[in-house]
Design a protein around this ligand. Structure first.
Ligand code: PMP
Length: 360
């Protein structure tokens, strides 16, 4: 069996060890006589699965006790609405606009209140992260919103905005668990797990306890209230059970590698293999500003569309999958999430060097 080198931005590569373990447990999960897909979410076995998943995540990220962990559905996109519905008490929020995913989040928030875009990198096709020192935070803003890693444009925050006593909310869909984070700096963090954590269908929300209240915008549906999910330990309705089970295994896999510090080192090593080559190449160029480069998503181009097409075609024939850039950007993008082996990046760079030599 040959596994492809899968550079997809999401759904994305998962650790082979996790997939193998899940395969072994597929027909009979620990003597229950059924797969995790088939069991009641109220069963003892599943209670353990979700409990252990939360426990591992708390340990990994060092989540403070005054934060709740929720496993929800609706994709990261549903958070674009849940956040204003639950947190926009004054009906005002500040957003930093860094790409397609903040664009959608802004559009959604505008349905519920006033949105101030207090910084943006739209002037240079979102190829950088705006300066976050001395931001003009609105006095009446309920929260300040950022997308911590911009999947499409390959940028990430190295410094996050200092928001004082104002809430900072972050979309970490494409980099949660890639490196340590200080949860206490945020009011709410969320991630659609299908990039770095697990299969599509689960959204992890880490939310400070005092933000979980019944005081939400009028008309907020039951399923879109953080409180209902928190009060019911993410089991208000049938949760995405199988996805949560796989997430739990991925958390354990990261723990076995040494946790988030170790993960960050590996990710830095992988990313620098690719960035070092891009910086030395006369054919390929990285498109993100150096100071803001993502460890997870690496967009790059050549100066000819014809070469891009040729490169993608040859890469695919060799088993490198999903290297095409996002439809709004073009060119190429290698997503090198936690589960992409160092070997995968080295092999890709070897191919890029060969391609460059052959197409001078
Ligand atoms: N935020 C970011 C940073 C993303 O990369 C994506 C998905 N590509 C989304 C939000 C939307 O996620 P979903 O498809 O789960 O709604």
């Amino acid at each position: 069996m040959a596994r492809a080198y899968n550079f997809s931005a999401g759904p994305a590569v998962l650790p082979e060890a996790v997939l193998r373990e899940a395969a072994e447990e597929m027909l009979d999960y620990k003597g229950t006589g059924m797969s995790v897909m088939e069991m009641s979410h109220r069963s003892k076995a599943f209670e353990e699965i979700i409990g252990n998943a939360e426990k591992s995540l708390r340990e990994l990220v060092a989540i403070p006790d005054n934060y709740r962990v929720l496993f929800l559905q609706g994709g990261a996109s549903q958070q674009f609405a849940m956040i204003p519905m639950n947190l926009m008490k004054n009906k005002v929020a500040d957003y930093i606009h860094t790409g397609q995913w903040t664009k959608r989040a802004i559009a959604e928030a505008k349905m519920y209140g006033k949105v101030n875009v207090i910084a943006s990198s739209e002037d240079k096709t979102f190829s950088y992260i705006p300066e976050v020192k001395d931001l003009k935070i609105s006095d009446d803003a309920d929260y300040i919103y950022i997308c911590h890693n911009n999947t499409i444009y390959g940028t990430k925050y190295n410094d996050i905005p200092e928001t004082g006593d104002k809430l900072l909310v972050a979309d970490m869909s494409s980099d949660m668990l890639s490196e340590p984070i200080d949860v206490s700096k945020y009011g709410l963090i969320f991630a659609g797990v299908q990039k770095n954590i697990g299969p599509a269908g689960v959204v992890v929300v880490i939310i400070r306890e005092d933000l979980i209240t019944e005081d939400v915008l009028p008309g907020t549906p039951t399923m879109l209230r953080y409180k209902i999910h928190a009060d019911n330990d993410s089991l208000y309705n049938t949760p995405p059970a199988y996805g949560i089970y796989i997430c739990g295994k991925v958390f354990k896999w990261i723990q076995s590698l040494g946790g988030l510090e170790a993960m960050k080192k590996i990710n830095q090593e992988k990313a620098s293999i690719l960035y070092d080559y891009l910086d030395s190449s006369s054919m390929f160029k990285g498109t993100a500003a150096k100071k803001d480069r993502s460890l997870m998503n690496v967009p790059f181009i050549t100066d000819s569309e014809e070469l891009n097409v040729k490169f993608l075609k040859e890469a695919k024939a060799l088993g490198f999958e999903n290297l095409k850039g996002h439809r709004t950007v073009g060119g190429m993008r290698a997503s090198i999430y936690n589960a992409m082996p160092v070997e995968g990046v080295k092999t890709l760079v070897d191919f890029m060097k060969k391609f460059e030599a052959e197409n001078k």
